[in-house]
Ligand binder design. Structure first.
Ligand code: PMP
Ligand code: GLU
Length: 397
């Protein structure tokens, strides 16, 4: 059998793979602390679950419009008005099976062979693979730790060419937790507008910010930027609904129509009764969000302090999302029980074998001197996991 070339270009997702591996080891009774999963460990709020059950019991189990039911689009429109001062019509909204699905559809309808798509490294792994799948060439802006892993305006300007078709912005960012200030977004916005660059603004971690930065959506800065921006968001991270698979995009009618046509021939609508639950998530009480955010902040503070106290590790204090991106370069060039620890992959392997701790190697995000810790896990597990790494480091370094 010969696979299509595009299938051979795609790497498996390390972020999903690590989580699967931890689950497999735990099911075999092996005690592993997983810092891999990029998903809240909290349960979905009860009132959201109850709405899904109600919708199921009432027989809301048929196909819906591909781009989402009217009430959900209205709830999304209200969310954009409330949180981002953005006004959209239903034709400018699509609901997909997760934000990942909206991103995939968007990149497929925008990019093709001969195009260039700009993204910052460290990047979320799926952006790169989606760009490759579209046939376009990924053009990477290597951001630096000393710049807070932010794209500097001059670096963006330098990467723009006549072939530039798309830019991807992600704030708060996965994997670094970087949050751009409104001033920084405005500076990038000027370049985007001057060069007419279509931009995807992935705002999925919008509600998980621990500093006093008030997030501003690129699309809200001017009419021109609104027309150039496709905003991506979803319920996975905000409402602890990762498994429910609801994400959405807002942008020009033309792009949303093309994404809907593509979705028509792949998944059709996102699950009918889950859409009803998403309406309640967006329109319902938002107080549980604050409880979750406060808990994440406590864990972040603890994890950042501990990571920086460990020999050979250092990290910035991330303002958002639920990841700590730790520099581990000083731990390389060491043989531990026959394993040559020489990069982020071998270090992650060593920690899993010798300390029973799982992290995502920075290589997955185009930054091999780093590993990603997710603090979307209990305080006790964070403490135990870091204790184990400390013991291992004290023993071998
Ligand atoms: N964007 C970023 C930056 C993410 O980390 C994730 C996490 N999965 C997604 C999009 C997709 O989220 P989902 O498909 O669960 O809505
Ligand atoms: N986005 C999360 C992560 O980076 C979930 C896994 C995924 O969708 O890749 O871990």
């Amino acid at each position: 059998m010969v696979l299509a070339k595009r299938a051979t270009l795609i790497s498996p997702s390390l972020t999903l793979g690590i989580t699967a591996k931890v689950n497999q080891l735990c099911s075999q009774g092996i005690d592993v602390i997983g810092f891999g999963a990029g998903e809240p460990d909290f349960d979905t709020p009860v009132y959201i679950k109850e709405e899904a059950i109600r919708a199921l019991n009432s027989g809301f189990t048929k196909y819906t419009a591909t781009s989402g039911i009217k009430e959900l689009k209205e709830a999304i429109i209200a969310k954009f008005q409330r949180d981002n001062r953005l006004v959209y019509t239903p034709e400018e909204i699509i609901v997909s099976c997760g934000a990942k699905h909206s991103l995939y559809n968007a990149i497929q309808v925008l990019c093709e062979k001969g195009d260039e798509a700009i993204l910052a490294s460290p990047y979320w792994n799926s952006y790169l693979e989606m760009i490759k799948l579209s046939g376009a060439k990924p053009v990477i802006i290597k951001t630096k730790e000393k710049d807070g892993f932010k794209i500097l305006p001059e670096a963006l300007q330098q990467k723009i060419s006549p072939k530039t078709k798309l830019l991807i912005l992600n704030s708060p960012s996965n994997p670094t937790g970087t949050v751009y200030t409104p001033v920084e977004i405005k500076a990038l916005g000027r370049i985007i507008a001057d060069n007419n660059i279509m931009t995807i603004s992935d705002e999925i971690y919008e509600k998980l910010i621990y500093s006093d930065v008030v997030p501003v959506s690129l699309a809200s800065l001017s009419d021109k930027l609104k027309s150039l921006t496709l905003v991506i968001n979803g319920v996975s991270k905000t409402y602890a609904m990762t498994g429910w698979r609801i994400g959405y995009a807002a942008g020009s009618k033309e792009i949303i129509k093309a994404m809907t046509n593509l979705q028509d021939h792949s998944t059709s609508n996102p699950v009918s009764f889950v859409q009803k639950a998403a309406v309640v998530a967006l329109n319902g009480p938002q107080n549980e969000l604050e409880t979750m955010r406060q808990e994440f902040k406590k864990r972040r503070d603890y994890m950042v302090a501990r990571v920086n106290s460990l020999k050979g590790l250092s990290c910035l204090n991330p303002d958002g999302a639920f990841y700590v991106f730790a520099n581990v370069k000083k731990l390389f060039n060491k043989n531990i029980k026959g394993l040559e620890v020489k990069d982020s992959l071998s270090l992650a392997e060593c920690w899993l074998n010798e300390a029973r701790v799982a992290v995502v190697p920075g290589a997955a995000f185009g930054a091999d001197n780093y590993v990603r810790f997710s603090y979307a896990t209990s305080f006790e597990k964070i403490k135990t996991g870091l204790d184990r790494i400390e013991t291992l480091i004290n023993k071998y370094y």
